[in-house]
Design a protein around this ligand. Structure first.
Ligand code: ADP
Ligand code: ASP
Ligand code: MG
Length: 404
């Protein structure tokens, strides 16, 4: 059975008109005699509204009720798509995660898909039906609805492609593919034809919203080729695949940026073994993700300054935890919300010397001050003032000749 998984994101199903267009796109595939598994996200804006409602009803809204609430947007979108296909004379129905079932672990809000039972869907496909499966959701061993993290419909699609051994997995979205940088921020951004899992994973983790990072990790582990395309224009998109399938490449493949970082500095911390561990232990116990870290060399051998970044939303908690941490002593605690992380990503940097220098030089030319740096084999990230973000992306895009 030749199965193709088609996933539609929020904007692709954002209005009744768009859902009608999506239904036409689905029936064009159906005419080619593929067996289709369709995955849909909620109509754009719906999940955000539900999250706001949960916050307005309680500042301590239960995680299991959060999942029951925010997963409901997908039910609406799936039913509307199926309804339109039925209207067009096709056999179709919506499937919620628990109906398939898509089994996840118990971690509400960030559950992981462990198993997808195929029997019912295969039977339905054989009967000529087009299943429209809700993305972003599953069910745990206790029969409770779970969700798999914001943007999680991408991961739902990739896991369905894995379990059903699909020939293709196509992610339809509101841009033509993966670009060298967010095309909504930089008009000169260029579509990338082929990108490796590793680069896509870095780009996504460092802020390129077009694909959810977990989904890319799943695709990489299962060696699933993923195509990213526009649901509005019939144009070739981007293929996410193994590194060895890619021949031609630039030094840098793409640039990502984040919006919601905060910088925390502990001034005058006692410089002795174990101090960093004492600072970060209670943060990790409260599930606060620390990203970039820099510790200055202590001038007097006794005290040092330690800077790290976290997500903006964790700032209040971090402040409270750090101030009440009896294991550490420091003179001052400073916070800065006006920071952004800009990263350049590319496997080409492994074999090309001088990339770091070129990045720093390009930023310096535009008088952009670098506050913190972090690197891995295939990426360099810098923390800068938020107001410089577009200038920095533009400068780096030019420096690494991404627009040609
Ligand atoms: P969907 O609703 O289809 O899941 P998303 O909004 O999650 O779509 O992701 C698509 C958006 O990702 C685009 O509209 C674009 O602004 C943003 N984006 C950020 N970085 C990139 C990039 N490098 N390439 C393409 N799009 C990007
Ligand atoms: N609707 C969910 C969200 O907004 C899942 C998704 O869009 O992939 O996060
Ligand atoms: Mg998305």
């Amino acid at each position: 059975m030749k199965i193709v998984v088609l996933k539609f994101g929020g904007t692709s199903v954002g209005t009744i008109d768009r859902i009608k267009k999506v239904a036409n796109l689905i029936t064009n595939y159906a005419k080619k005699k593929y067996k289709l598994i369709v995955v849909s996200s909620a109509m754009s804006g719906v999940t955000n509204d539900l999250v706001i409602k949960s916050k307005n009803i309680s500042n301590n809204f239960s995680d299991s009720e959060y999942d029951a609430l925010v997963s409901s947007g997908e039910q609406v979108a799936c039913s509307l798509i199926a309804g339109r296909l039925i209207h067009k004379g096709y056999k179709s129905r919506s499937w919620m995660g628990w109906q398939v079932p898509i089994i996840t672990d118990n971690k509400h809000k960030y559950a992981k898909i462990n198993q997808i039972y195929k029997t019912k869907i295969i039977k339905y496909l054989k009967s000529g039906g087009i299943p429209i499966i809700a993305g972003f959701q599953g069910v745990n061993a206790e029969g409770r609805v779970t969700t798999i993290g914001r943007g999680g419909s991408d991961a739902s699609a990739i896991m369905l492609a894995k379990f059903f051994k699909a020939e293709r997995c196509i992610i339809y979205t509101d841009v033509e593919g993966v670009y060298t940088t967010d095309p909504k921020k930089l008009k000169k951004a260029k579509k990338i034809r082929v990108i490796s899992y590793e680069e896509m994973l870095e780009m996504a983790s460092l802020g390129a919203k077009v694909m959810q990072p977990v989904s890319i990790q799943d695709a990489r582990l299962s060696r699933i080729d993923v195509e990213v395309k526009s649901s509005f224009k019939n144009k070739p998109g981007t293929l996410i695949t193994k590194r060895k399938n890619i021949i031609n490449r630039n030094i840098i493949t793409g640039i990502s940026s984040t919006q919601n970082d905060a910088k925390v500095t502990l001034v005058g911390v006692k410089d002795r073994p174990g101090v960093a561990a004492s600072i970060f232990k209670p943060l990790s116990e409260s599930s606060i993700n620390v990203d970039m870290v820099v510790q200055n060399i202590s001038a007097n051998g006794k005290e040092t300054d330690l800077t790290f970044t976290i997500k903006n939303e964790d700032l209040r908690k971090t402040r409270r935890i750090t101030n009440s941490n009896k294991k550490i002593k420091f003179k001052k605690l400073l916070f800065d919300k006006n920071v952004s992380k800009v990263s350049i990503i590319g496997v080409g940097m492994i074999t090309t010397p001088g990339v770091t220098y070129r990045m720093f030089q390009a930023l310096a030319k535009h008088k952009i001050n670098i506050q913190v740096i972090s690197t891995s084999e295939i990426k360099i990230s810098v923390l800068i003032n938020k107001i410089n973000i577009n200038k920095a992306i533009d400068a780096l895009h030019k420096e690494f000749k991404l627009e040609v």
